[in-house]
Design a protein around this ligand. Structure first.
Ligand code: ASP
Length: 356
């Protein structure tokens, strides 16, 4: 932690506080400023904090860890996901909840990654960020942060109301591994087509308790390993066979996320199916995910998906591409048996999909 983070300061150390929260600041638009050439670049959190004096008036004990070098989330790496997860893991008992300030571009990947790296999580981990930097007059940063802090501190009957990794953005709380960035120029940047909204912030915060995970108490496990040897093949009409070759010939490939049409359909002309069959027979795991943000893969519904089951393509059901990539990286690194990897891809491990 010492190298990656600096502990900025205690924004408010209040003996009578309702809850203690760890904020992890990684960068993103939230704290960006314009450089001399007019480009947005990440900014130091110490100076960001000056813009939110209200932090010390929330009745919360807040500790802030900041990446020593905040990043635009397009530059997030597996190591960064591990560092965020580790910071939560190592501080898990000291805090009631965690808020991760993160760029919106790859927030859905990071939230998915943390949900897989931390098994048996039963405290709130709320990712949030902003579309307009905190220093700008019309910024959404302040509202997003304050509501995320409130959600991370809420309890009912002595237990946190939210006990999972989420994204809070523009008045909505979404399950992290169900969320996708679907808009880049309005405040409502995130959607979760296949899973209900977990909470809405209006005059009150109303929680959708039946949709929020209710984990059984179990010891938190930190599973940082990720295998990056996976590829994604997003189909389009007119796609040349050479593209299939280029992707499947990737050196060291172990897994493929196949982004198919509609309810999981693929072109049956050309030699896609032939190459997929060969790849699967040589041990590559292929997971079928729909290009449609809403709905699910149903292999065999159409003639154009009927061979997929028999050649061993696994249906991703209603998983997002983001969560599919993370789940694949996680399983390839943490499971040795191909049968176990395939079985887990077909079940929900962290609430990331609805099995058929
Ligand atoms: N490029 C920024 C990032 O993802 C965008 C944002 O934060 O909204 O870091």
């Amino acid at each position: 932690l010492v190298e990656k983070y600096k502990i900025v300061k205690l924004a408010s150390q209040n003996a009578k506080s309702q809850a203690s929260i760890l904020i992890i600041y990684t960068g993103g638009t939230f704290g960006m400023v314009y450089d001399d050439d007019g480009h947005l670049i990440p900014f130091d959190f110490e100076r960001v904090m000056d813009k939110i004096p209200v932090l010390s008036k929330l009745g919360l004990s807040i500790t802030i860890y900041s990446f020593v070098q905040p990043v635009d989330s397009s530059n997030m790496t597996i190591t960064d996901w591990q560092d965020i997860s580790k910071a939560i893991y190592e501080n898990y008992d000291q805090f009631d909840g965690f808020v991760v300030l993160h760029g919106t571009d790859t927030m859905a990947y990071s939230a998915s990654a943390v949900s897989f790296m931390l098994e048996n999580i039963s405290k709130p981990v709320i990712f949030t960020g902003a579309q307009i930097p905190i220093g700008a007059t019309r910024s959404d940063a302040r509202e997003n942060l304050i509501a995320a802090l409130e959600i991370a501190s809420r309890k009912s009957a002595g237990r946190p109301i939210v006990q999972e990794v989420c994204i809070y953005f523009n008045y909505k709380l979404l399950r992290g591994n169900r969320a996708q960035k679907i808009r880049s120029s309005v405040f409502g940047a995130f959607g979760s087509e296949n899973y209900p909204i977990l909470a809405e912030a209006g005059v009150d915060i109303s929680f959708n308790e039946v949709a929020i995970a209710q984990p059984q108490p179990a010891e938190l496990r930190f599973l940082p390993d990720m295998d990056p040897n996976i590829a994604i093949l997003s189909l389009y009409p007119g796609m040349p066979d050479q593209l299939v070759d280029a992707v499947l010939d990737m050196k060291g490939i172990k897994g493929l996320v196949l982004e198919s049409f509609g309810s999981g359909n693929v072109m049956t002309h050309g030699y896609l199916l032939e190459r997929l069959t060969d790849a699967i027979q040589s041990g590559v795991v292929v997971l079928n995910v729909s290009q449609c943000p809403g709905g699910r893969v149903t292999q065999g519904r159409y003639e154009t998906s009927k061979q997929l089951d028999s050649i061993g393509v696994i249906s991703g059901n209603d998983i997002t591409t983001e969560a599919a990539i993370i789940k694949m990286m996680h399983l390839l690194a943490n499971e040795t048996l191909l049968t176990a990897i395939k079985a887990k891809l077909s079940t929900s491990m962290r609430g990331e999909m609805t099995p058929s």
